[in-house]
Design a binder for this molecule. Structure first.
Ligand SMILES: [Fe+2]
Length: 285
């Protein structure tokens, strides 16, 4: 197991996904959820929001890269200092992981990348430069990236990788099909689910401002002539309120959520094994 100081923080930086038309997908979510969007060059677009609580500058929550079809490009975890990055690098190398360097760019500082057992590219990077962007006051726009939910063939093996090598903690699991992991006090920052031959993004969880926001957002979606995919409702694991929306061209699904459980007592908390798979035949948590 990693020691606490080897753990990374999650959510400050974007999750990268490939979609057929980053510009079109960005425009869709700009209209539907009032994301701020910026072009990042090479057909890449960023969806911005306020970021983690206490952040003084906005951050890119989702980076859309060009590709033939929806695909997860990379997960990025934050590493707080060069010393911690060095420590993590040494630990991963000693654990037999193939560690690749990652150069600084306009998304984050330098870092390293490894692959989980299902092939997911996992970056651990130092903070980058301030985006020098200020956001309009939020109306509908989600506040921050909260979690990424991936589908894959071997979620149990992947869960072990994130727990044993990067220090994530297991919050709950649904049988051996779905694992909820956290790097913060929030119930989950990463969901790993089985049932897919090829690894891909199932959904990206964006926190909204509270349960009152669901009405405004759903009204706006209806006014745009769109429909939600699923919800609103409340999940079992995480106990969060949710509604799902999908961008039709790429199939990229966002979960808008609020009111998720936080785990503050690490010593007392015991993960629950849920055994109600029939509840999760549709998008879960
Ligand atoms: Fe979720």
């Amino acid at each position: 197991m990693c020691s606490a100081d080897r753990r990374a923080a999650c959510g400050a930086w974007p999750v990268g996904v490939r979609v057929p038309s980053p510009q079109e997908t960005a425009a869709y979510f700009r209209e539907l959820l009032e994301f701020e969007t910026v072009e990042g060059g090479r057909e890449t677009w960023h969806l911005l929001c306020a970021g983690e609580y206490g952040a003084t500058a906005p951050s890119a929550a989702i980076t859309l890269r060009p590709g033939d079809a929806l695909e997860v490009s990379e997960l990025t975890f934050e590493v707080g200092s060069p010393h911690e990055l060095e420590d993590l690098h040494a630990y991963l190398a000693q654990a037999g992981q193939v560690v690749e360097p990652v150069g600084a760019d306009n998304e984050a500082g330098p870092g390293i990348a490894v692959r989980d057992p299902c092939g997911v590219v996992v970056q651990c990077r130092l903070p980058g430069a301030d985006l020098q962007t200020r956001l309009r006051p939020p109306a509908l726009r989600p506040r921050r990236l909260g979690h990424v939910n991936l589908k894959m063939s071997e979620p149990g093996a992947s869960a072990r990788f994130f727990i044993d090598t990067l220090g994530l903690r297991l919050s709950d699991q649904v049988g051996d099909l779905l694992f909820f992991l956290r790097v913060s006090s929030e119930h989950h920052n990463l969901g790993l689910r089985g049932g897919a031959e090829r690894v891909n993004v199932h959904h990206i969880g964006m926190e909204i401002h509270g349960w009152e926001s669901f009405r405004s957002i759903c009204d706006h979606i209806a006014a745009c002539g769109r429909v939600v995919e699923y919800g609103p409702g409340r999940h079992g694991p995480g106990n969060n309120l949710f509604v799902y929306v999908v961008e039709p061209r790429s199939g990229l699904r966002l979960e808008l959520y609020a009111d998720m459980v936080h785990i503050h007592d690490e010593l007392a908390y015991q993960p629950t094994r849920w055994e109600t798979p029939s509840r999760y035949g549709r998008p879960a948590s």
